[in-house]
Design a protein around this ligand. Sequence first.
Ligand code: URA
Ligand code: SF4
Length: 217
Amino acid sequence: MTEEERPGAGAWVPDRISLRSLEEAVQSCRGCELYRDATQAVMGEGRLGSALMLLGEQPGDQEDRQGHPFVGPAGGVLHDALADAGIDPDDVFTTNVVKHFRWSGTRGRRRIHQSPSRAHVAACGPWLEAELELVRPRGVVLLGGTAGKAVYGASFRVGAARGEPMTWPATSAARRPPDWVLATTHPSAVLRADDRAATYDGLVADLRVAAALLAGT
Ligand code: URA
Ligand code: SF4
């Protein structure tokens, strides 16, 4: 796709935003080419006014089939980690920086995930801006490098930044920026790690920092 053919999602975002209007409109988005190989777009889910937004990369194989974020293996890890960190799942809005599944090739029935490029992240940004404006979370947890780069730019490294509260950068579009941002590893890194227990404990430790910020301590 040339840049001309990747116009970005802006023209598809409705003027009157609600969870329902976004969910309906995103299904016709042609802001980049990723819609072509995906089953459906996967919009964020959770309560409006949730104190916390969890920001992942893009839907995976299961999310693409089922139409909901974090319902596959990484989602299982994430939900365990939230519970262990004492975060109320009903006070969390869960979404991704890119709304269609990018993949290439298959392994058995499973399609192999390919990370979205910077151009895809930029094209899809208007959906995230709309979600931020609608949900107005107090804090955002960035799950992994793609989410981190989407907000802070290409030089962002999770390893250097994780677990320390940061502010939303002036360079990232948001009409309603959150009070704080926290980066951590992506839950899928737990599934790939040699030392799963240590990687999981690190994720939970970072989420405990988010829990403390939410509690105002
Ligand atoms: N990984 C993500 O980043 N998001 C999902 O929704 C699922 C897996
Ligand atoms: Fe639109 Fe985002 Fe899907 Fe691209 S990935 S078609 S910008 S919703």
